[in-house]
Design a protein around this ligand. Structure first.
Ligand SMILES: C[S@@+](CC[C@H](N)C(=O)[O-])C[C@H]1O[C@@H](n2cnc3c(N)ncnc32)[C@H](O)[C@@H]1O
Length: 278
């Protein structure tokens, strides 16, 4: 069989399994199985595949056909300028979270060697991107999940970045003050889980998804250690609610940033007196 035939077969199979973007996924999986860049597939459609190559491709495509997230099957995923190892230990970093990092970097502009903490770091995506893009920042990261922290530490090592990881509940045990506290906490309602795609519902850690009051608690607990910005990724339907909550708690300079689809995604708020201390 040629590469083109295998690609067509894989695409049809993934489509029959309900995969959202079957052609793209088939290309990425086939390229990975063959050790090629995706673009190299286009000029190699007539190339016959060996049995070993077909079997490597089949294994990856079958995993994706079971609706395992593409990022877990590939084993890595790009996030801003980083390539992060991705597996079941943590949530797959999302494009909207890149926007959270973007906003943090803007808010940190002008701050000298800011102390930053990423709460619920998962794969380490936010903490590592800030550490990479603001090399003077002193970055801490916490997670309640030991598995997630293990993955985050592997990602720090693989990318040559330094982040102080600590296991714990939200900010427990972390001495302030921080110039920026950022978090993408679990924010899916328990009643929404059944309506999520199988990739999320059946494969990603439930503790990374379901809102158990973390956002509300973090808004309050951050006040003990924050002298600067709180930046939260929020459920697309709850930005107003979270903004009202931070306002009620006495934060100021509250703002909301929309994602590229126009959804309200990031809430920021200031806690402290001197705006220049971030
Ligand atoms: C939505 S995921 C975000 C992961 C990563 N920051 C990202 O943006 O890709 C939420 C993370 O918060 C962690 N988490 C949940 N409850 C927590 C708590 N009480 N304290 C600390 N981390 C918590 C989960 O283990 C998970 O890794």
């Amino acid at each position: 069989m040629t590469l083109g035939e295998v690609l067509r077969g894989a695409t049809d199979y993934l489509a029959s399994r309900g995969v959202d973007n079957p052609r793209r996924d088939a290309e990425l999986l086939l390229a990975r199985a063959l050790g090629l860049a995706r673009i190299e597939l286009y000029t190699a459609h007539d190339r016959p595949l060996t049995e070993a190559e077909r079997s490597a491709a089949r294994e990856l495509v079958q995993r994706r056909g079971r609706r395992e997230p593409l990022a877990y099957v590939l084993g890595d995923w790009d996030f801003r300028r980083l390539t992060l190892k991705t597996d079941r230990r943590a949530l797959v970093p999302r494009p909207e979270t890149e926007l959270v990092v973007e906003r943090c970097l803007e808010l940190l502009d002008g701050a000298e060697s800011p102390r930053v903490v990423d709460v619920g770091t998962g794969s380490g995506a936010i903490a590592l991107a800030i550490a990479q893009e603001r090399p003077d920042a002193r970055v801490h990261a916490t997670d309640i999940s030991a598995d997630a922290l293990e993955l985050a530490a592997e990602n720090a090592e693989a990318n040559g970045l330094s982040v102080a990881f600590q296991q714990g509940d939200l900010l427990a045990g972390l001495p302030g003050p921080f110039g920026l506290i950022v978090s993408n906490p679990p924010y899916v309602g328990a009643d929404e889980v059944d309506s999520l795609e199988p990739e999320v519902r059946e494969w990603e850690p439930r503790g990374a998804l379901v809102d158990d009051g973390q956002t509300a608690r973090l808004v309050r607990e951050a006040q003990q250690v924050l002298a600067g910005w709180l930046v939260l990724e929020v459920h697309e339907a709850r930005a107003q609610e979270v903004s009202q909550d931070v306002e009620r708690e006495g934060y100021s300079r509250i703002g909301i940033t929309n994602d590229l689809a126009g959804k309200e995604r990031v809430v920021e708020a200031w806690w402290g007196t001197t705006p220049s201390t971030a």
